[in-house]
Design a protein around this ligand. Structure first.
Ligand SMILES: Nc1nc2c(ncn2[C@@H]2O[C@H](COP(=O)(O)OP(=O)(O)OP(=O)(O)O)[C@@H](O)[C@H]2O)c(=O)[nH]1
Ligand SMILES: [Mg+2]
Length: 551
């Protein structure tokens, strides 16, 4: 342990490097990536195993491997530090790849060099990645109703997720099954076929398109053999969320979801110890599982408490915002539909918008100032995806509360996507789960510029009463704001109030956020008849009573 601590002191935790050059030989198999300190290892990390996002994480992984596998090596770490003194950089780098032996004070420089030069190549989309090969596996359900995405499309999306996580997809396969195999999810023939493919292609990670049970994960890893790691869509999404969580709240939410995902899957972490010891320590694994489960549960409890306090804070902030009677409009939609691009274009915000899945995790709210003087608040939210892990929906509850408390939901659809309809259905399904049916909704088709025949798309949209926009170019945005106003009016209430001249600020607000039908300037103030959002109607109540008593 001493060695580990010394190492971290020597290496800045903020040193961000894109990835580790090559994945150490299966150092993770007995190790959770839940971000907690388990009973045996040193500090854990939140990143998915193959994707250590920082140098610090990469080193933690190696060191911990040695820690757990062989305590003598851990105790010997200070010596290793000494051994490192005076070594040439090349030597250190060589050591880095062969064994953890050369980890120590001088490593940082060596690894930085290494990261810049080692094993890099460019992908088709121009991004540079390290060679971490992944192979995708899907199961096509015979129940086509449940499979409206189609297996090929679902796997394509999984490939996009893998790419977002920084993996290189080198192959994929699928199988049609009446029901998944409870032991290995796929049939034994398919297991054998994948095994030879992944060994031939030198694959490190096999990703399944559906959530796997602990037993299935274990059996598949055993069946593929070697250092091949098996994971599923859920853990891939969790990893992406983990990489992208920018705020404290998002990080807490993702950690919680990761731990909840990990809890029932802890079993496999310790079985290797029994294997390594030739079965001599039988039973030890089970003990460890119990200890780790307890630690994990305690951590989950702590995280939940912390999240609750963060949420309280957010609620206070939201209540303050709601007390300003400007209607809130939420942008929702499938991931990559263009929500952030739309927010940026309308408000001049600087939210990250890029051609990758789950660019946004945290909601951002900005004011939209229309040319006619009207205003509304626009909130960008986390994107949805088919097969969204339920624990993530639950984890992002606070974020999604933003949606449920808005006056209008704008569903942004990427109409240039071949599966636009399926994506729309997936979003509608999640909105149903969120129970926001009572909030008015406006559907917009975005990325019309990217479609083969924009005119045809626009004609089709017109027939359906849907608005077409191009958020990136700014096409149709004025019509969009008008449509938002018109929709907002539907949820406004008609009020008649008498505002003394000292309340001119309220009169301004009515003009900004409401639709004024009539104003009458009188001796002591203004009498106004207008459609206003409900919160504003509430704050006008005393003045409305004045009108009533004057009648
Ligand atoms: N051609 C075209 N591309 C667009 C348009 N709107 C957005 N994009 C691109 O689509 C990609 C995704 O845009 P984002 O705004 O990040 O999408 P998002 O809905 O916020 O995605 P998540 O945050 O992942 O949910 C980016 O590369 C944008 O430049 C559009 O109208 N036309
Ligand atoms: Mg976004």
């Amino acid at each position: 342990m001493i060695g580990v601590c010394r190492l971290f002191a020597a290496i800045s935790p903020t040193t961000a490097v894109p990835s580790i050059p090559s994945r150490p030989a299966k150092p993770y198999s007995f190790h959770s990536f839940t971000g907690i300190k388990l009973s045996k290892g040193g500090p854990c990390h939140l990143a998915m195993p193959w994707r250590a996002g920082t140098l610090k994480e990469a080193i933690e992984v190696e060191i911990e491997t040695d820690n757990v596998a062989d305590k003598a090596e851990v105790n010997g770490l200070p010596d290793l530090d000494r051994k490192l003194e005076g070594k040439e950089e090349e030597e250190i780098m060589e050591g880095l790849h062969s064994h953890g032996e050369f980890f120590g004070r001088k490593k940082r420089k060596a690894v930085d060099l290494d990261v810049n030069n080692y094993d890099r190549f460019k992908m088709n989309n121009g991004r540079e990645v390290f060679e971490e090969k992944a192979y995708l596996v899907g199961v096509e359900s015979k129940d086509t109703e449940a499979d409206n995405f189609g297996i090929e499309e679902s796997l394509k999306e999984l490939a996009q997720l893998a790419d977002t996580a920084g993996l290189l997809v080198v192959g994929m396969t699928h199988q049609k099954l009446a029901a998944p195999n409870p032991k290995t999810y796929i049939g034994s023939g398919k297991v054998a076929e994948i095994k030879s493919a992944v060994h031939a292609l030198d694959v490190e990670t096999v990703i399944f398109d559906d959530e796997l049970s602990a037993g299935q994960l274990r059996n598949l890893e055993k069946a593929f053999g070697g250092d091949i790691r098996v994971c599923d869509r859920t853990s891939l999404i969790l990893d992406i969320f983990n990489q992208r969580a920018a705020t404290h709240e998002a990080a807490l939410q993702v950690s919680l979801a990761q731990m909840e995902y990990q809890l029932p899957r802890l079993t496999k972490m310790w079985t290797h110890l029994e294997r390594q010891a030739g079965g001599k320590v039988k039973g030890m694994g089970e003990k460890q599982i119990e200890v780790d489960k307890r630690i994990l549960r305690t951590q989950i409890g702590i995280l939940k408490k912390e999240l609750e306090s963060v949420r309280k804070h957010r609620k206070l902030y939201r209540n303050r915002r709601l007390s300003v009677p400007i209607p809130v409009v939420s942008l929702v939609g499938y991931t990559n539909a263009g929500k952030s691009t739309l927010l940026n274009h309308l408000t001049g915000a600087d939210v990250l918008a890029e051609d990758r899945l789950f660019a946004t995790l945290d909601p951002t709210t900005r004011k939209v100032q229309m040319s006619n003087g009207r205003q509304f608040l626009l909130t960008d939210t986390v994107g949805f995806i088919q097969k969204l892990p339920t624990m993530l929906v639950a984890a992002f509850r606070a974020t999604l509360e933003e949606i449920s408390e808005s006056s209008l939901i704008v569903h942004v659809v990427d109409i240039s996507h071949p599966l636009a309809q399926q994506q729309t259905d997936a979003v509608d399904k999640i909105l149903q789960e969120l129970d926001v049916g009572s909030i008015p909704k406006l559907v917009v088709w975005n990325k019309v510029d990217k479609t083969d025949d924009p005119y045809k798309v626009k004609r089709e949209a017109e027939k359906k009463g849907i608005l077409c926009i191009s958020a990136i170019i700014g096409d149709g945005l004025e019509e969009f704001c008008d449509a938002v106003q018109a929709k907002l009016r539907e949820s406004m209430v008609l009020v008649e109030a008498f505002l003394p001249y000292g309340k001119s600020d309220l009169l301004n607000t009515i003009h900004h956020v409401g639709i004024v039908e009539k104003t009458e300037y009188m001796e002591n103030g203004t009498r106004v008849r207008a459609y206003v959002p409900l919160p504003l109607a509430r704050s006008l109540t005393p003045m409305r009573q004045q009108v009533a008593s004057a009648l």
